[in-house]
Design a protein around this ligand. Structure first.
Ligand SMILES: CC(C)(COP(=O)(O)OP(=O)(O)OC[C@H]1O[C@@H](n2cnc3c(N)ncnc32)[C@H](O)[C@@H]1OP(=O)(O)O)[C@@H](O)C(=O)NCCC(=O)NCCS
Length: 183
């Protein structure tokens, strides 16, 4: 996703609001290998809810675990933009960060899922949730080499609309610009 924050600061909207009465997240998902046995087989259902301030340390851990595929946004961005988390039981297992730029246009700024929870439909659920919340056009950037994310976006109806050569830093890489348009 976008690596450059400051130039967009003037367009900030949305916030990571706290909802009353939600269960407190107690710990982050295992960031390493999937756990085995009954714990994995139990697979608590994934729920999507707005990120709360208490979630941010877990979001940050997931984001760090996903470097460099996921842009390393400062935690302050999660309070300034629209942040949602995927929760399995009491564990934060993924997040999505969205910014609206017009009533019918916005962009996904970041999306990541803890390694132990991948290929379980978590990212698809996060993405679909945001797309349903924001009809219209949704843009995103993705590293050219990020085949997993590009495949995810393609299967969800995003199409390639441009390339930004050398857009990403550390390491330098082209960005593929994709757009989703709801009917
Ligand atoms: C990309 C990422 C968010 C996908 O999360 P996920 O929860 O594992 O994705 P899902 O389980 O929802 O996958 C949905 C579909 O995306 C595609 N997909 C996801 N991961 C894939 C992979 N490693 N290889 C190929 N296709 C993949 C598949 O079509 C998949 O459907 P399927 O499992 O039925 O085949 C996750 O790998 C991740 O966090 N990567 C690091 C951070 C990152 O790259 N973020 C995106 C920045 S632009």
């Amino acid at each position: 996703m976008a690596w450059y924050l400051e130039s967009r600061a003037g367009l900030l909207i949305g916030s990571a609001m706290s909802d009353e009465g939600r269960p407190q997240t107690e710990r982050i998902a295992n960031l390493g290998e999937p756990s085995g046995g009954a714990e994995k087989n139990a697979r608590p259902p994934i729920q999507i809810r707005r990120a709360e301030p208490a979630d941010l340390k877990f979001v940050d851990e997931i984001q760090r675990a996903c470097y460099p595929a996921a842009t390393q946004w400062p935690l302050a961005a999660f309070l300034q933009y629209e942040a949602w988390v995927a929760v399995a039981g009491t564990e934060v297992v993924g997040f999505i960060l969205y910014r609206a730029v017009a009533p019918d246009e916005g962009e996904v700024l970041n999306l990541a899922v803890a390694p132990a929870y991948r290929r379980r439909g978590v990212a698809r659920k996060l993405l679909q949730h945001v797309l349903e919340c924001h009809p219209g056009s949704t843009y995103l950037e993705v590293r050219r080499s990020n085949i997993a994310a590009r495949k995810l976006y393609e299967t969800q109806g995003f199409e390639v609309v441009g390339i930004r050569p050398g857009y990403y830093r550390d390491p330098v890489e082209d960005a593929i610009v994709m757009r989703f348009r709801s009917c």
